[in-house]
Ligand binder design. Structure first.
Ligand code: ARG
Length: 575
């Protein structure tokens, strides 16, 4: 053994060997490149030394280590080590994935629709991305606190309440409506009428303004009307959440109004810290980090000229509360990229106020726009915003046609159930699988396809593997049947290595907050399974080969099902 490798062993035990999956072997390591200088050797020589030392360890997990290029090492894993890994993951309910996020409290702000307004296509992304992040971080051990920052505060409610008061016959409670209309949809329409009357009739505008004062000063009847509107809107949102299968519960609803009592203190702290400037009776925070076009200052409105507080002030109170009272270690805000500047300023103000300190992370998880088939922001034919429920209905009805086509003998009830599952999966997966910063086109036909990178394809892969296991008559327990001496076929090796990468991908999602990495992984896994199943007969094989292949099937179906669940997508056993 050379001196250099001796020093590697002594000094650098535990140094990160930076091992990656590779096309040239199972893995490639750049350890020799990274360590050469520290041990005073050339990287090529060190790579050769390490390879020789690894080859000397006959029973180790590495079957071969071959130096390559300027100092890389191409590593091939021993067959018995791979089989043992398959068995170990299968025996572990966590599939071998650790809890690196343990001890970290992460507050995730997502969905956040506005009271008395319908959820539209824009709310799909925040709801679906935020929910998947909550699931992944939670599985990795984080103490996730979900926050649904409902837009339930503002002068528009005074106007709406006044209008409802003057139009007692207007039906908007869910129990007064037929099934096709939601309460929030009715309120959305009434709000528009109120707005029109406000603009057209100065007397109504005056009465509406007095209502705003009544609401803000806590006049009981007005507050009761507001609560009624909030509760009824939330019921409508809940119906959408149930349909989408998201984790948000009523306890997660902490709307803008919750922070109202804290606004005075929040602003006082900013004033004391000298962070706000009075400008024409308003209080304004000026950024010292960002400037606008032509060097124009960029600001947050801390208190408006009329003494009222808006979206900016509320987010300042919110970040202060989440750090001080919720004791968050990490703050995650899932909103569209147009709010990037807003959050940069909120984070800057929170840092300068001393709330956001080095130990706390604050991240804006920004996402792009959903475009229509014409590549422009998605609108209805009449040019209005697309309601989220309409979009889901469209996907489910397309999925129904595709499922019926593939499976003409399904009874209608079963068809309905599968179509609903597939349509929702299609929409969620299409959203999650594109890199979130990008815009994407809402293409129903593509997203409900049984082939290609779609949620339906992954659901179908899950159902197909489940069916193989059913046909094998295989109880889920025969884990001990993995025989490490069985020669490993190339397609089995590829699948086993792919299965082994699950935890690494989840760690990446936790770090980057990018669920599309998990989607890409599951798609590759499903394809590796297909290639395996084509090359390696399972049911017709003899034991012990059959047992080993069934173990691969079981681990594949569990990993696929688990990964889909972390995306918030149902993994059916039959389809
Ligand atoms: N309600 C807002 C909207 O619909 C999103 C709120 C996001 N969260 C926050 N803390 N500002 O655009």
């Amino acid at each position: 053994m050379s001196e250099a490798i001796g020093r590697v062993r002594e000094d650098l035990a535990g140094a990160n060997p930076v091992v990656r999956r590779s096309e040239h072997a199972d893995f490639q390591s750049n350890a020799a490149l990274a360590l050469a200088r520290r041990v005073g050797a050339g990287p090529r020589d060190l790579a050769a030394d390490i390879a020789a030392a690894l080859d000397g360890e006959a029973d180790g997990p590495i079957a071969s280590a071959v130096p390559s290029g300027p100092g890389f090492l191409n590593l091939t894993v021993a067959q018995d080590a791979l089989w043992a890994q398959v068995a170990a993951r299968l025996a572990d309910p966590r599939l071998g994935v650790g809890t690196p996020e343990r001890g970290r409290r992460t507050v995730i702000d997502y969905s956040a629709p506005n009271i008395a307004k319908e959820m539209h296509v824009g709310h799909l992304r925040t709801t679906v991305i935020g929910d998947s992040l909550a699931r992944v971080l939670g599985f990795l051990g984080a103490d996730v606190v979900r926050q649904n920052h409902l837009g339930d505060f503002g002068t528009q409610f005074g106007m709406l309440i006044q209008y409802l008061d003057e139009h007692p016959d207007a039906a908007w409670h869910q129990d007064e409506l037929d099934g096709g209309t939601s309460a929030v949809s009715a309120l959305d329409g009434l709000y528009r009428s109120a707005r029109a009357e406000f603009d057209a009739d100065p007397a109504f505008a005056d009465r509406a303004r007095s209502r705003v004062v009544a609401l803000q000063s806590g006049e009981p009847a007005t507050v009761a009307a507001w609560k009624d509107i909030v509760a009824e809107s939330e019921r409508s949102f809940r119906a959408v959440y149930d349909r989408l299968g998201v984790l948000l519960t009523p306890e997660d609803s902490v709307g803008e109004s919750f922070y109202h009592p804290m606004l005075g203190d929040t602003v006082a702290e900013l004033v004391d810290a000298g962070l706000v400037v009075e400008s024409e009776d308003a209080l304004v925070f000026y950024s010292s980090e960002v400037s606008g076009p032509e060097g124009r200052p960029v600001t947050l409105m801390v208190r408006k000229r009329d003494g009222g507080y808006g979206y900016d002030a509320t987010d300042l109170a919110t970040i202060r509360y989440r750090i001080r009272d919720l004791e968050a270690d990490r703050l995650v805000y899932v909103t569209d990229s147009r709010q990037a500047l807003h959050f940069r300023l909120v984070f800057e103000a929170a840092r300068r106020a001393g709330w956001l300190t080095g130990g706390v992370g604050a991240e804006h998880v920004a996402y792009g726009t959903i475009l229509g088939p014409d590549g422009r922001p998605f609108k209805t034919r009449a040019g209005g915003t697309v309601r989220l429920t309409d979009l889901l209905d469209a996907a489910v009805s397309r999925a129904r046609a595709v499922v019926a086509d593939k499976n003409p003998d399904l009874d209608p009830a079963e068809l309905d159930r599968i179509a609903e599952q597939a349509g929702i999966a299609a929409v969620k997966y299409a959203d999650l699988s594109t890199s979130r910063v990008k815009d994407y086109s809402f293409d129903v036909d593509r997203m409900v396809s049984f082939t290609g990178d779609t949620g339906v394809y992954l659901q179908y892969a899950h159902a197909r593997i489940s069916s193989i296991l059913r046909r094998a008559g295989d109880p889920d327990t025969a884990v001990d049947s993995v025989d490490s001496t069985v020669p490993l076929q190339p397609a089995e090796r590829t699948l086993a290595l792919e299965l082994d990468a699950y935890g690494t991908v989840l760690d990446e999602v936790a770090t980057t907050l990018e669920p599309h990495r998990l989607c890409g992984y599951l798609y590759d896994l499903a394809r590796a399974f297909t290639a395996f199943y084509e090359a390696c007969p399972v049911l017709k094989a003899e034991d012990p080969v059959r047992g080993n292949r069934l173990a691969l099937c079981r681990l594949a179906v569990r990993t696929l099902g688990h990964g889909l669940d972390l995306l918030g997508i149902v993994a059916p056993d039959r389809m």
